[in-house]
Design a protein around this ligand. Structure first.
Ligand code: NIG
Length: 386
C-alpha cells in the first residue's frame, strides 16, 4: 500500500483532545486509514509527498442529516415562502408524488449528483433518509438506492401520513410491515414528531418497534414549534434529535444530561424563516451539538456544510472551533461513528482517511470570508475526490 505524507499544514484540526488544533503539522495516510499525525519536523518518510503550502487541514464534513432520495423540485414553494407564506409539513407530499413517479434510475442519478456535489465541498461522510415514498414498496426502493451511495441510511416512513390515509392505519403499517421490509437495508429509524406529522405516542410506537428490529434511533423534533420530540428522543436514548429550533429550558437541560446529540440545521431554519436554534444554551448545558445541512428539496436545499458552519459562527454564537467540531466530530457522534477503527470526524491513527484542505491558513476563514468557496482539496477513504 502506498503511504502519503501531507506536509506544510498551516493549521491542523484533529478533534483529538491531546493533539487538538496546531500549526506546522503533517499527516500520513496509507490506503483508507490515517496512520500518523504530528508536527511536520517529526513526520516519517512516505512513498508520496504533498506540500499544502500553509493551508488549513481538517476532517471532512460529516453531514448526519439529509433527505436525498427524491425527485422533483419545489422552487415555487420556496418563492412563496420568501413572499411570506409559512413552511408546513404538507409540502412533503409534493415530493412524495414526484418521487413515486420517478424510475429507480432517475432517483439514483439525482442522489449521486447530490452526493458528488457534497463531496466537492468537503463532505466525506453522509447520512440520508427515505421518507418520500411512504408505501412499503417505495420506502424499500428508496432504502436500497440510498444504500448504494451513502455511508448511513435512515428509514423515515414516519415522515408524513400520506394524504388520504388514516393516521392509525398508517402508523400500524410503518411500525409493522414497512419496518420489516426495510430493516435489513437501513441502520437507523427516524420519526417526524411534530404537530401535523406524528404525535409522541405514534412516534414512540414506531421507534420502539424499530429498536426491536435492531435499528438505531433518531428523531425530527421541535422544528416548527415546541413539542415532545426532544423529550421523546432523550427518553428513548436516541442517537440524535434533529432541528431543536424551538426548545424549552427543560429540553435544553434534558439534552445536557443525555447522550443524545442535538443536531442543528441552520440552513433549514433560514430557508423556512424560523429562528435559529439556541446553540449557546445547548453547549453551555453540556449537550453534544452537531451541525448538518438537512439537504432536501423543500425546507433546506443546500449541501453546503461550510454555509452551516459560517451561519453557526456568525449568527448562533458558536466559536469557530465549536462549529467546525460540530460539523465533523458532532456529526460522527450523531451517527455513532466517532470511535474505533475507521472513525470519521477525527484525524488520528486508525481513523478513516477523510480530510479536506482549505484554501485558507485557518478554519477561521470559513466565517471570516463568508460565502467564498474555500475547498481546495478533499480526500475520502484515502482517495482524492476533489
Ligand atoms: O427535515 N421535517 C421534516 N422533514 C424535512 C423536510 C422535508 C420537506 O419539506 O420535504 C426536514 O426539514
Amino acid at each position: 500500500m502506498t503511504a502519503t505524507v501531507i506536509t506544510g499544514i498551516g493549521e491542523l484540526t484533529t478533534n483529538e483532545s491531546e493533539l487538538g488544533t496546531f500549526g506546522d503539522a503533517a499527516l500520513v495516510f496509507e490506503g483508507d486509514r490515517i496512520v500518523w499525525v504530528g508536527p511536520s519536523g517529526n513526520a516519517p518518510d512516505a512513498d508520496e509527498h504533498l506540500d499544502v503550502e500553509g493551508r488549513a487541514v481538517l476532517p471532512g464534513w460529516v453531514d448526519s442529516h439529509t433527505h436525498l432520495v427524491f425527485a422533483g423540485d419545489r422552487t415555487a414553494e420556496f418563492a412563496d415562502r420568501m413572499a411570506g407564506r409559512p413552511y408546513h409539513a404538507g409540502g412533503i407530499a409534493v415530493t412524495v408524488n414526484a418521487t413515486r413517479q420517478a424510475t429507480d434510475d432517475e432517483l439514483a442519478r439525482n442522489l449521486r449528483r447530490h452526493v458528488r456535489e457534497a463531496a466537492a465541498q468537503g463532505t466525506t461522510c453522509l447520512e440520508t433518509k427515505t421518507g418520500y415514498g411512504l408505501t412499503v414498496a417505495d420506502e424499500l426502493r428508496a432504502a436500497k438506492i440510498a444504500a448504494d451511495y451513502v455511508d448511513e441510511v435512515t428509514f423515515l416512513g414516519a415522515h408524513l401520513v400520506p394524504p388520504g390515509a388514516d393516521a392509525t392505519d398508517y402508523v400500524d403499517l410503518v411500525s409493522g410491515e414497512m419496518l420489516d421490509a426495510v430493516a435489513d437495508h437501513v441502520g437507523w429509524c427516524d420519526v417526524f414528531c411534530e404537530e401535523g406529522a406524528f404525535d409522541a405516542d405514534q412516534s414512540r410506537r414506531v421507534l420502539t418497534e424499530a429498536r426491536r428490529r435492531g435499528l438505531g434511533l433518531r428523531v425530527h423534533g421541535n422544528q416548527l414549534g415546541p413539542g415532545p420530540g426532544v423529550g421523546l428522543a432523550v427518553e428513548l436514548d436516541a442517537a440524535s434529535v434533529d432541528h431543536c429550533t424551538h426548545l424549552e429550558r427543560s429540553d435544553i437541560d434534558a439534552l445536557g444530561g443525555s447522550g443524545t446529540v442535538a443536531t442543528l440545521l441552520p440552513a433549514c431554519d433560514l430557508s423556512t424563516r424560523q429562528p435559529l436554534p439556541d446553540a449557546r444554551a445547548l453547549l453551555d448545558a453540556g449537550a453534544t451539538v452537531a451541525l448538518a445541512s438537512n439537504c432536501n428539496p423543500g425546507s433546506s436545499y443546500t449541501s453546503s456544510m461550510a454555509f452551516c458552519v459560517t451561519t453557526a459562527v456568525l449568527q448562533m454564537r458558536m466559536s469557530v472551533d465549536e462549529a467546525v467540531r460540530a460539523a465533523t466530530w458532532g456529526g460522527a457522534r450523531a451517527l455513532r461513528r466517532d470511535s474505533g477503527d475507521g472513525a470519521v470526524g477525527v484525524l488520528r491513527p486508525g481513523a478513516r482517511a477523510d480530510f479536506q484542505v482549505l484554501d485558507a491558513p485557518s478554519a477561521t476563514w470559513l466565517a471570516y470570508r463568508p460565502g467564498v468557496p474555500l475547498t481546495h482539496a478533499v480526500w475520502r477513504k484515502g482517495d482524492r475526490v476533489r
